[in-house]
Design a protein around this ligand. Sequence first.
Ligand code: BT5
Length: 329
Amino acid sequence: MSNDFPAAAARVLACFGGVGATLSGARISAELHVSRTAVWKQIRVLRAMGYGIEALGRRGYRLTATAAAPLPTEVLPRLRTTTFGRRLHYRARTASTNLDLERLAAAGAPEGTVVVAETQSAGRGRLERGWFSPPGGGLYFSLLLRPAIEPTRATSLPLILGLAVAETLERCAPGLRADVKWPNDILVDGRKICGILCALQAETDLIHHIVAGIGINVGLTRRDLPAALRRTATSLRIAAAAEVNRAALLADLLLALEQKYLVWRDQGLTPFLPALRARDALFGHEIEVERASGKVRGRADGVETDGALRLRLADGRIELVCSGDAHLR
Ligand code: BT5
């Protein structure tokens, strides 16, 4: 585990042991051999990170709530996976978790390694687009995968990751309905709540690794959204008035991702086709797909076992689209 959780704040936090504990400032300063002022400073740092710490006058401080932030200290005790997230790197701020994880991957990090950030200054979407990643409002993380499969099979990966996200969001916000929009979006009420970016490092026959970046809007309010996203984006708070603990969400999601990934790695997309069909945001709609090679229009007809979108053209023929951006017409 590595993180840039401020070391001094972490030591103060460790003194408390757990939620509900009360400690005097004198005791903390004696235990850590620092001044009372230094303790107070770290209490303020912890509060700014989302920890609830009540000041009780001469009796000291009480830890009332742990932060909902996706800190390793919050995520790891909740984690029920075998490998996903067991190596968890936390960044209070970074340019892009995908870039951080690419570096770790190049240095030999194992499958399941995760980088999670409180905020990203240059969060990435596909094709050099950006991902709006303000602090406190979202879950931004990247997951390292090293499947021993042919590179062409990786096309369908974002769909099963999307399925894991959709199912997990519904579990943590009862009443919410989440759909998967080919190739890499999760929609709630027709608006984007999550985007997925899978970057593949491969040779013709061999995948070196895949960095799967996932961004989820959690606590953002409509006012937090920039004008350009106000009509197209949503969050768990906007859509379901849900107050979601991001650490718990990450732990739950990593389990769902691991379970789906292992089945997908061995059996491909086929076992997931019924679940995808039930959540297909495009199925039956007239759509336009922008591809590198140009636009194509038709009626969305589900996905193939390799993850390609089936598009029924005006003349009834089915065109298979491997990549692109789909829009409802
Ligand atoms: C995606 O790209 O949807 C992939 C987004 C992946 C973000 C994660 S966060 C953790 C990891 N680290 C990174 O640097 N990236 C990954 P795309 O399909 O190209 O969609 C990008 C478009 O979505 C933008 O051009 C905006 O229109 C819109 N958008 C940007 N931020 C958004 C947000 N927070 N919520 C909803 N829509 C957003």
